[in-house]
Write a protein that binds this ligand. Structure first.
Ligand SMILES: *Cc1c(COP(=O)(O)O)cnc(C)c1O
Length: 374
């Protein structure tokens, strides 16, 4: 018991979404690296990777600490470090734990060239085809490839890039990136990897040997606009809490810090035990929906650290103790993100303090998983 704020993770929905990503990806039996960085976008990296262990081709993370967490949990599939290593001494761990690494910069290439490994490593050589962040310039890509290819402790090189604007309805920029990538890799051997969630869905011509969806696996559309994909995926996370106080204030009464909201009519105020310390966005505007007993109540007043307030005047049957859903299957996180002028990625990653409960695969498929992990 205790505080009612809860994150519920549906691992069957995660498996469903992984299979959708696989179906979208597989023109030629493509691999799907499940991106589980940032603790699987706060869904729990170990739980999610374990739940996908019998179907996923591999996992992608942001750093060695995240990779080791998965290895320690018994994950045997390839694990890719999306930014490679930050310090040369990580190469020993890459070797020991058989990790795949991105190489995106000359200093990494120099460090790898100076550090023979016992077990030849698979390298994902990253081109900056127009994202403007990390990766070798298209003109220096071939030379970097040749240097890598000359190292006996590099067993395989995957040609990789990343899109800046694949989530936009007008995907000209992504087309341009794809053209740049293709032009500068046309006569290089090896597998290719380009697509994040948005590109897996919206840029079929960019799907290749290895796709790298993240957000899509969690059942959230990567697009700012309504998109058909929403009908195919299932939200994995539900964030909920409960009503801990109800009172009626007169017209003219105000609610919350800064007295930013004033009642225009006698108003029934409900208090929900969740706030910005839990990761609910403080910038959510008045009117942001909160789902209570299947009906939407509007957020009113400023979100506090541990509580927020909703207008229950039009929901007279709501009682103390009723559950309030902040986002989940019937209240898309994309909608809440828009109301808070942010993106679902940030809402997910900002989650904090809320206990996580798991449903589905982890429990029911336990026996199968243990066989896979032996
Ligand atoms: C985070 C990340 C992804 C996954 O992005 P989504 O938009 O969540 O699908 C893919 N590739 C790279 C290089 C990333 O850093």
């Amino acid at each position: 018991m205790g505080r009612p704020a809860t994150v519920t993770i549906n691992l069957d929905a995660l498996r469903h979404n992984y299979r959708i990503a696989q179906q979208l990806s597989s023109m030629n039996n493509a691999g799907v690296m499940a991106v589980v960085k940032a603790d699987a976008y706060s869904h729990g990296a170990t739980a999610c990777a374990t739940a996908l262990a019998d179907i996923a081709s591999g996992f992608a993370v942001a750093c060695i600490e995240e990779a080791l967490e998965l290895r320690v949990a018994g994950i045997k599939q390839p694990i890719l470090l999306l930014e490679g290593f930050f310090e040369p001494d990580e190469l020993d761990k890459i070797d020991q734990y058989r990790l795949d690494t991105v190489i995106h910069h000359q200093y990494q290439l120099d460090a790898l060239a100076a550090h023979p490994l016992d077990h030849p490593v698979r390298v994902w050589l990253k081109m900056d085809s127009g994202m403007g962040r990390v990766g070798f310039a298209p003109e220096e890509y071939r030379q970097s490839w040749e240097r890598l290819n000359s190292l006996p402790w590099v067993r395989d090189i995957i040609l990789m890039s990343h899109f800046a604007c694949a989530d936009e309805a007008d995907n000209q920029h992504a087309q341009q990136q794809l053209a740049t990538f293709n032009a500068h890799t046309s006569n290089l051997p090896g597998q290719r990897s380009l697509c994040n969630s948005a590109a897996v869905v919206a840029l079929p011509q960019a799907r290749s040997d290895w796709n790298r969806p993240g957000l899509l696996l969690y059942g959230v559309s990567p697009f700012g606009q309504a998109h058909d994909i929403e009908q195919m995926i299932q939200p994995v996370m539900e964030l909920s809490s409960a009503i801990i106080s109800i009172k009626t204030i007169p017209a003219g009464g105000s609610v919350g810090y800064g007295s930013q909201w004033t009642a225009q009519r006698p108003t029934r105020i409900g208090v929900v035990a969740i706030g910005y310390a839990d990761g609910y966005p403080r910038h959510a505007v008045n009117g942001t929906p909160v789902l209570i007993n299947g009906r939407r109540a509007p957020l009113i007043g400023r979100v506090s650290m541990d509580m927020l307030t909703v207008d229950l005047t039009d929901l007279p049957h709501v009682q103390i103790g009723d559950r309030a859903i902040l986002w989940g299957a019937d209240l898309p996180i994309t909608e809440v993100a828009q109301k808070a002028n942010t993106i679902p990625y940030q809402l997910l990653c900002n989650l904090n303090r809320v206990p996580v409960h798991y449903q589905g695969a982890l429990m029911t498929d336990r026996a199968d998983l243990e066989q896979v992990l032996v």
